[in-house]
Write a protein that binds this ligand. Structure first.
Ligand SMILES: [Fe+2]
Length: 274
């Protein structure tokens, strides 16, 4: 194989596959599920330690104070609907019940970062794969792998919003049909919307990206002038590379969740992904 062929093959690897190959932190290596992931009432509430509940209490209390005025209305409404306990790690079964009532989504308990097929196939059937372990105390501000604070506090409130919930399902469906360069394009779209999206509102710029909402530092940094903001454009976004290890220097801004959902649907349809 020539150097060019090797380079091309490497470019076509997804971030998941690259993480799997790098082996830096075992928590960043995607897991293949060896059986069905429990959903709804089949999820068992783990025996968390007092320190783990305390970690939730610190993270939750801190972000709850920080996010009014920074997070979008739809996310804050979702947090109200979730009614998370303040000093105790929430039960995924309860989170799933709120999602079922609001947008007909479910939650599945998964043991860590999933391979894209396992992950996106669940989104495609309106199931959110969530971890149920919390970061160690020495990683309060930053953890390289998903944990329940990112998954539950960051992701699930937005899924109570009907338009975001439909968009999220479509990302899953499109990803299941994606091949070659479209796998990376969809990953970039996922990154710059679901994880790191901003929205322009009548009250100013607000955050809807779950990766920002669950991060103490980035939820403050993302709205500053230090970060370049570009208008929502899927053709541009799908070709924009990003750095997983640092705070984002470039973000994309949607005008509304209608624009996000419809824009994504049109883009995916025109590329035969839906
Ligand atoms: Fe995430």
């Amino acid at each position: 194989m020539s150097e060019d062929d090797k380079k091309k093959e490497n470019e076509e690897l997804s971030a998941y596959e690259k993480a799997a190959m790098s082996g830096d932190d075992p928590r960043c290596v995607p897991i293949t599920l060896d059986g069905p992931a429990p959903e709804g009432n089949d999820i068992v509430y783990p025996d968390y330690s007092a320190e783990e509940h305390e970690t939730w209490k610190i993270l939750y209390g801190r972000q709850r104070k920080l996010l009014p005025g920074s997070a979008c209305r739809e996310y804050l409404d979702g947090v109200e609907l979730m009614d998370f306990p303040e000093d105790k790690i929430p039960y995924l079964g309860d989170v799933g019940r709120v999602l079922e009532k609001t947008t007909n989504w479910q939650v599945a308990r998964v043991p860590g970062l999933l391979f894209e097929g396992d992950f996106f196939s669940r989104l495609a059937r309106r199931v959110f794969p969530s971890t149920d372990y919390i970061r160690p105390r020495n990683e309060l501000d930053y953890t390289p792998a998903p944990d329940l604070f990112h998954d539950i506090f960051g992701h699930t409130p937005m899924i109570t919003n009907p338009q975001f919930a439909d968009f999220y399902q479509k990302i899953g469906e499109a990803s299941m049909n994606a091949e070659g360069p479209f796998r990376r394009r969809l990953e970039r779209i996922y990154w710059f919307t679901v994880e790191f999206g901003l929205i322009d509102t009548s009250e100013g710029l607000r955050i809807y990206g779950n990766g920002i909402l669950s991060s103490y530092a980035e939820s403050q940094y993302s709205l500053t002038d230090k970060v370049e903001k570009r208008p929502f454009d899927l053709a541009v976004m799908s070709e924009q590379d990003y750095d997983v290890w640092h705070m984002q220097e470039l973000l994309f801004v949607i005008e509304s969740f209608e624009q996000l959902e419809q824009g994504f649907y049109d883009w995916a349809k025109s590329n035969s992904l839906l």
